[in-house]
Ligand binder design. Structure first.
Ligand code: 7TS
Length: 410
């Protein structure tokens, strides 16, 4: 990949912040957008704006074609068998809530178990805590080893015939640890449980093939993969989605709503997949933008994206050793992880570190990154976090290390 050419596609990267060239290291929170995505969105509003699946007029048809074409491209990107298994949602959070409410409330009760892990983002914890109170099922947490990797033995010990679904992130948003979700999906299926993969941090950075993984559900967000905010995807296996009731009611998700004077009610016939789960006017421009983002990533090649980030991560971890006050958390072997580096600077809060870096134009997150239980495992209140993407360079890492080394002098 020609990183310098890629950088030309991202207008924001030419900004100065606090008198310094922008270094954007907060990609796990959200990524920047290339001109190809920005243009696809403005082009939609300038030339094709209409509502989808409603009217017979030309603009509605054009909008529908663009929206459904994006769905097809995204379905191919994750190797879904059919685009009808690819539902547009607001993001990973909504996708997981959809499963917890639509599938969970209908299928879980007393005596059942849901298995997650201590490294999950809150959006793969809280929906299950809420629905467990509503339905009385038991929520179990697989442990994490001291280096932040998943304790597979503990997870497999906690799996039983009572387990109805296993919900696991493929990549941790704090440590970048890559989980072997294919192995876990196989173990889940052996006990008759379903497998949900939170792909928020994996789909943007590596080839994810839902058929190869064998997962029943995959959730991810457009804004973490060069696309706009407010759009994401829930992939589900057709046979599982067919049996689920709708998550929300309204227009678009029905075929027929027929009022009967006898009963005083409407008989409702659900729409086909995927529209059964897309109540109301969807984020059409968002879907078009995400389609353009997927096209951009495909042109780069996901194997190239992955190897660039792995190389940069190894380089950054090695160079951070030069900062005497910095402790990096997570596995020491960079092969086990993607480009997310959580760290602590001795004597400083993570927010102070992030603010210090901001003075030099370096954008980085601080706090517990919506993953408080994982920070409890590390016995940390919070951490600073640098996370990379396709446009980051070794020169930016060099500058980052140079800035952090100033903290050694304090
Ligand atoms: N799952 C994981 C693994 C995530 O990293 C995130 C967001 C989500 C789910 C939720 O995604 P959303 O698009 O619905 O918000 N993670 C982060 C982060 O690490 N910093 O800001 C958001």
């Amino acid at each position: 990949m020609d990183i310098l050419a890629i950088r030309q596609d991202f207008p924001i990267l030419s900004r100065q912040i606090n008198g310094n060239p922008l270094i954007y290291f907060d990609n796990a929170a959200t990524t920047q957008k290339p001109i190809q995505v920005i243009s696809a969105i403005s082009d939609f509003f300038e030339k094709h704006n209409g509502n989808v699946h409603r009217a017979v007029h030309s603009l509605s048809m054009e909008a529908t074609d663009l929206y459904e074409k994006s769905r097809e491209n995204i379905a191919k990107f994750i190797n879904a068998k059919s685009s009808s298994e690819t539902i547009f949602v607001r993001g990973t959070t909504e996708a997981i809530n959809l499963i917890a409410y639509s599938w969970g409330l209908g299928n879980l009760g007393k005596g059942d178990e849901v298995l997650i892990s201590l490294m999950e983002h809150h959006s793969n914890i809280v929906p299950w805590e809420i629905t467990s109170k509503l339905r009385g099922f038991t929520l179990k947490y697989a442990n994490i080893c001291d280096d932040g990797t998943l304790d597979y033995e503990d997870l497999e010990d906690k799996l039983s015939k009572k387990t109805k679904i296993v919900c696991l992130s493929q990549v941790s948003n704090v440590t970048g640890v890559i989980n072997d979700v294919k192995r876990v999906a196989r173990a889940a299926h052996e006990v008759g449980a379903l497998m949900l993969v939170d792909g928020a941090q994996s789909v943007p950075h590596m080839k994810v093939d839902v058929q190869d993984l064998g997962c029943d559900f995959l959730a991810f967000s457009g804004h973490k993969m060069l696309g706009p905010t407010g759009i994401g995807v829930l992939y589900g296996k057709r046979e599982v989605l067919e049996k689920m009731p709708p998550f929300q009611g309204g227009g678009e998700m029905i075929k027929e709503v027929a009022y009967s004077r006898d009963s005083g009610h409407c008989a409702v016939l659900w729409n086909d997949l995927p529209w059964k789960f897309e109540a109301g006017t969807p984020n059409i421009a968002g879907a078009v933008g995400l389609g353009a983002a997927v096209k951009y990533l495909e042109k780069l090649g996901m194997d190239n994206v992955l190897s660039h980030e792995k190389k940069l991560t190894k380089y950054a971890i090695d160079r951070l050793k030069e900062c005497s006050k910095v402790t990096v958390y997570g596995p020491s072997d960079p092969k086990q992880k993607l480009g997310i580096i959580p760290f602590e600077v001795k004597g400083l809060s993570s927010h102070d570190v992030a603010l210090f870096c901001d003075n030099y134009g370096i954008m980085m997150r601080s706090g517990y990154h919506c993953a408080q239980p994982l920070h409890q495992v590390f016995k940390l209140e919070s951490s600073a976090r640098a996370s990379f993407y396709v446009y980051n360079t070794e020169a930016e890492v060099d500058r980052f290390v140079e800035v952090l080394r100033e903290l050694d002098q304090l």
